[in-house]
Design a protein around this ligand. Sequence first.
Ligand code: IPM
Ligand code: MN
Length: 372
Amino acid sequence: MYKIAAIGGDGIGPEIVAEGKKVLDAAGEKFGFDIGWTDFGIGAERYLASGTLLTEDDFNELSKFRAIYFGAIGDERVKPGVLEKGILLALRFHFDLYVNLRPIRLLEGVETPLAGKGPKDIDFVVVRENTEDFYVGIGSRFKKRQKTTLNVERELYKIKFGLDIESDAEEIAYQIGVITREGARRVQTYAFDLARQRKKKLTSVDKANVLSDIYGLWREVFTENAKKYPDVTTEFTFVDAITMWFVKNPEWFDVVVTPNMFGDIITDLGAMIQGGLGLAPGANINPKGTSMFEPIHGSAPKYKGLNIANPIATIWAGSLLLDHLGEHKAAAAVVTAIEKSIRDGVVTKDMGGSAGTEKAGSYIAECVKKGK
Ligand code: IPM
Ligand code: MN
């Protein structure tokens, strides 16, 4: 039995995770495994009631699971950033989920806004670094003078910045981005290994022409890594250029590896070319530990409880979860079932259908069971 933790979270999160569980349970039935689910009441409600984001106890409990199935967090009653940083990013950092894997694939029957492009043209994977860069959370805002120490603590390393800043600007704000050699190396290695299993082509994203220290290191590590993979074709692109290429020539890409911040930006674009945020899954992976699977969209509070949210991104994230468990056949069957539901038109309003969240989810679960 696989023990999986579920965090529905806020807004539409609990509804879409419920559909995801249904589908994964159906896959278990069909392919001969059981999933033992444990729900965690982490999110805005608990935060508003008790001020708790995540406790040591949560981390200890969650660490007992192979995987966390995550819905979404974000609530209008909470200041922007509090839940995102205090829950989602805290989980990514605590469990050292250094790979954020985001497949950009246009499923059969889904419309893309890119004229003349079809499923054969849009099928690549973005490997986003998930623990460093401008996401480390070190920065500050102040007037005149500030003396401060800022820390980054990771499983891999500890960094302490001692900063003494004097300024005669009216007010100053700064944010520090951090890339480490080992941090870049491990995520790039993951991407190279993945490229080897696919079309053996890897594109690296940076902005080394301007942010030359931070992304210069990223590039240098990439060049070193590439020597160990002579069978993989490599290239560099600047982040601004890759947004153009995603639109113009998506068929060019197979595996794309990117620092955290640029990965965040380009995967929203990726989501659009694969048919919208309702269809974009993500996996936060620590190859040796607890990993977390989530749709890349947010909690969409205005759709909460209306039974209209599209559960596909979450169900597809569930397929990535199954892959992570080594249940590859079941994982593939889930994507096939999603495609069948699209072909049959049993989809939610955002995709032009009239099915509710529950019906769309149940239909995919049925298709998994029937093996179609
Ligand atoms: C994402 C989200 C998060 C991020 C936010 C909610 C912190 O946009 O998963 O892409 O910036 O990584
Ligand atoms: Mn994002």
